[in-house]
Design a protein around this ligand. Sequence first.
Ligand SMILES: [Zn+2]
Length: 294
Amino acid sequence: MRLKLLPNRRQGTQSATADVGPPGARYVARMPQSLASGARIPYTACPLCALTELRQVRVDSCATHPLYDPRIPAEMRWMQCLGCWHIFTEGYFTPAACEVLFSRTNTNQQVGHDFERQRPVSARIVEKVLPWAQDGAWLDVGCGNGSLLFTAQEYGFSAVGTDLRAGNVETLKKCGIDGLCVDLLSLDAPETFRVISMADVLEHMPFPKAGLAHARTLLKPDGVVFLSMPNLDCIPWKLLDGQKQNPYWGELEHYHNFGRRRLYALLEETGFRPVRYGISERYRVCMEVIAQRM
Ligand SMILES: [Zn+2]
């Protein structure tokens, strides 16, 4: 499957421009010498509902994160919107900071990592989707180790992946799966996909509402999105907080901590109807939600 890109986007520049900025904004990548002038672009309003009344709720450290680089500030400030109660970091990374972050890859994000053990985990995801889609094109956004794409193809879908790490996309192509090193907002393929999976992706996007809205345009009218991310509305999340063991307050690459309630509201705001809730086997205290295009 050949996919087109929107004219103001270019393949291969992704590592530094990953969904950065509001829709339409563009930034020029440059190699960072120092990020002293600020690694984050502050949110001046809630990234979901645009309300400007915000409060700081926590300050945590990402210094022990495996991808931490001393050029990036170790402090993570978490804000809350006083309108929709969404929780998010004080800002999202500049292109220069993204360049630093994306220069390294966690082992478990590399295509082919642990592929035999990942296969049954991915199969259970595909099987959760099957009641709503049995064939057609499946786009996996941020395909990471590629396992979900390998498995979707095995089940008869036509699999396409995007990833922000160029090396991953090259490996994916060598495995025989179409891949693009672009962000979701770059794809120009209206009503193409039966399924778009964004497994542990939305919380990495500076503006997830724009991402979901764009995903909707890429879906066929009867298409579905599969989403997974941590769920702060669940009791295990609060237990981890109580033990001071909750990894997500120091998760360097996350900009958002969603709960089920806010995610469901966001889905409805962007033209989706949630049809299935489940929990994730991939990461701790994560939820999996399937939502149908309305
Ligand atoms: Zn809000």
